[in-house]
Design a protein around this ligand. Structure first.
Ligand SMILES: Nc1ncnc2c1ncn2[C@@H]1O[C@H](COP(=O)(O)OP(=O)(O)OP(=O)(O)O)[C@@H](O)[C@H]1O
Length: 361
């Protein structure tokens, strides 16, 4: 059997190459061999979050897997059948002795596209980190990524059972996916239109109420100075360890954009607020439609469309160009990323008129 070889050291050289490759392997029935996994990271190879994603996608399509161990830098993944809808429970904490706060949202983003195109509805319960650094937090996925996918025809609902923060994790979310799509609808967001509203949540877990209140107050003041009225709600949550963060959503006529800043010991609530607002204002000034994270996270769903998607993005990141490369390796859709005005990017994803092909044995 020939396996499609994917070089994990390409471009960004991180975990996203694995996740995108596995989603596409399951969707198309392609057997893949991943090499040099996370070669550009300080500790290369599969970490708890990636291993959970590997096992999750393997469950969806009954894949045979080789090299699915912590630290492994090579993985073979051979799908056994088309993706099956069902009830799945995935726990990042189980992937490593002593637990892990690995990002469950990244695992969710790996299983959702295959389940959206599977026959029938699914529920997925995911346990681990819900608001952890270097990943989309729960609020971003619920307020920005899923509503953007809803515009592309994906029907899914996400709820937070318990938040999970670094370093302990132990959060839980529940995802319900309607399934039954044959392909998705193209995303058209070259121009974003006008800013309709900015909303947000200032969250603290196991910390005093004045922390989220100060984050919310400072954020409202910073945005008001820029002429933007924002509705930001402070809230205190219970969790397995302390954590805090501010999550903002900018709602434009034709798209959504999300901005996050997480707290840590020694960083004031006001600084957290200024960081998230700074990111929002930089995006607003850029004039582009999608924020830098949404662009790389929408490349895969857009590759599942029959028609062409087109959107502008605040800036071209290595995550974006790397994900474009992975999609290209599967020959599913051609992704064209171009530099546009003032450092923004323009992304065109030529859909596949034939739709996604399930070439399962
Ligand atoms: N603040 C944020 N908001 C939304 N998305 C984010 C945010 N920070 C990071 N992301 C997204 O998280 C993903 C991280 O991918 P990356 O390849 O870096 O993954 P990883 O598996 O966490 O690990 P590693 O970098 O350790 O290999 C990207 O899609 C990136 O856009």
């Amino acid at each position: 059997m020939t396996l499609l070889r994917i070089d994990g050291s390409y471009g960004e050289g991180g975990g996203q190459i694995i996740r995108t490759a596995l989603s596409l392997a399951a969707l198309t029935g392609t057997a893949v061999r991943l090499e040099n996994i996370r070669a550009r990271r300080r500790k290369p190879g599969l970490a708890a979050q990636h291993l959970t994603a590997v096992k999750a996608v393997a469950l969806l399509c009954d894949a045979r897997i080789g090299g699915a161990e912590l630290g492994s830098q090579t993985l073979e993944f051979i799908p056994g059948r088309p993706v099956r809808a069902g009830d799945y429970t995935l726990d990042v904490g189980e992937a490593r002795e002593g637990g892990s706060a690995g990002a469950v949202m990244l695992v969710l983003q790996t299983v959702l596209p295959p389940l959206a195109l599977a026959e029938g509805a699914s529920t997925v319960s995911l346990r681990g980190g819900t608001h952890v650094p270097m990943s989309p937090p729960f609020d971003y996925v619920r307020e920005v990524w899923l509503p953007t996918l809803a515009r592309m025809g994906v029907r899914a609902e996400l709820s937070l059972v318990r938040s999970g923060w670094y370093p302990v994790g132990k959060g839980e979310v529940r995802l319900v996916v309607a399934g039954g799509r044959r392909s998705l609808e193209a995303l058209k967001a070259r121009h974003r239109g006008t800013l309709q509203a900015v909303t947000g949540r200032a969250l603290a877990a196991n910390l005093p109420a004045h922390i989220p209140e100060r984050m919310a107050a400072r954020a409202r003041a910073v945005l008001a100075d820029a002429g933007i009225a924002a509705a930001i709600e402070p809230a205190v949550l219970q969790a397995a360890c302390a954590g805090a963060g501010l999550f903002l959503t900018a709602r434009y006529d034709h798209c959504l954009a999300g901005f996050t800043a997480l707290g840590r010991r020694g960083k004031s609530a006001e600084r957290v607020a200024e960081e998230a607002c700074g990111a929002l204002l930089a995006h607003h000034r850029s004039g582009a439609a999608l924020d830098q994270h949404l662009a790389d996270q929408i490349v895969l769903p857009a590759a599942l469309c029959r028609e062409e998607s087109l959107f502008s993005v605040e800036r071209i990141t290595p995550h974006l160009t790397t994900n474009a490369w992975v999609v290209d390796r599967f020959g599913l859709a051609r992704v064209d990323v171009r530099l546009a005005e003032c450092g923004t990017g323009l992304v065109r994803i030529h859909g596949n008129p034939a739709g996604v092909c399930h070439a399962h044995p």
